[in-house]
Design a protein around this ligand. Sequence first.
Ligand code: ADP
Length: 489
Amino acid sequence: MSLKRVITFAVALLASLGLVAATSLVILTTYLHRATLSLQTAVEGIQSTEDFEVSLLDLHQRLGSRIQRGEAVTVDFIEEARRQLSAQLDRTRRQVLTEEEGELLSRVDTAYSQYLDAQALALQSPPGRMNAQITRHLETAIVAINQLISLNIQEARLNESQADRWNQMADLAGLGVAVLLVLGVVVLLVWMRRAVFHPLLGISRAMHRFGDHGERTRAPMEGAEELRDMARTFNEMADSLLNQRQARLTFLAGVAHDLRNPLSALKMSAALVTSRGPVSEERLQKTMALVSRQVSRLDRMVGDLLDATRIEAGHIELKLEERDAGELATSVVELYRSSGTAHELRLLLPEGPLPLRCDPTRVEQVLNNLVSNALKYSREGSVVDVEVRREGEEVWLSVKDQGIGISAEEQRHLFTPFQRTGSAREKAPGVGIGLSVARRIVEAHGGRIEVESSPGRGSTFRVRLPRSPSVPASREARPGPFVQDPVFS
Ligand code: ADP
């Protein structure tokens, strides 16, 4: 699994949990607040109804004692009591929440008003005549009041249990979110340990071991996708370093081998010249000619190596001029023909001149290398075709042989310094630097070099150059891996 995906998922999960927790907290507190408010209203309703009941009974008792004591009860006294009771009932009315409560309250209202009316009538009637009516109205009012109180008590209980329920739900929600969070963190930590820390440690150990001359050490490819990629990149880099090291050794061996032949020829010639015995004039001439050939071979080899080093180090200067591409190819082919090659070298040119803006010496160097390879890696007597042609705004220079060919796998590394194919090693000496230099020269011209080949069926190398390259007259190429080679430093 990818680290990026897991972290995104974890953050999204955390954010969703936070959102759920916050939303449920807001909803729960709102409902809790509402339930508490209703509870408070119900309790206040009970209190004010009870106060009203006490006031009504108190009034009834006060009226009774006045009459008993023979004190006069006036209409004003009763009206004053009515005002007070009505004000009290108004306060109770404010706490009414349901229709049922409203109905009971209006029954209380009617009953206490009738009770007071009966008390007022009793003032003008003979004593004791209205007593039965007064008691009936009072009882009706008290019954309604008690019903109202018990209704309020019921509502208060209901609201209380509702508040309890919301409270429990809030507790559960909080606990659930906390458990999920802890679980998520634990799962993430376990995963991080297995898929991140452990592989990271493996890569770090491999890097240390690699640095301590453990060149065959490779990082384990495990854990998150990114770390597997990292380990793969490290392993590829380690492989490439190892390959380069081996290539360097091969290169040194190749150079040593190539230098040895002319050197031993020179040694033998020197021994002949300095020998005590008589040396004929003709023999001396031959020896001197051999010395001269070997010295120029050595000179060419060292020159080639220096040139390759400079190009690989990124110093390539193009001296651009307009030349006929056909003419360049002809001079290269003629050179090989005149050296008496055992191959049949064919040249295919366009009808007229094909102007090409290039550095002619460098282009000839590339063609030279391609033709020399074609001859080296194909059987004597076989045909090598050199073709020049125009393709749109490009000039194509191809060298085709009927030689040993190159496998698809080997083609991938063909233009890397020091790379030689297995079959080429047996066939001809070489150090594997010509093609990498050729590629740099072609790229410096803004062109491309391609190969089409298969083992046993020959190869075609094609150089594609723009007819007028958009490169400055002198340019620096990117340094290649070759410059790190101590041989050239
Ligand atoms: P060198 O020929 O000195 O080894 P090059 O860089 O010119 O160096 O070539 C690199 C390798 O590419 C050769 O060693 C050989 O394995 C392969 N190669 C190049 N040209 C051909 C060819 N025409 N046919 C088969 N193999 C070739």
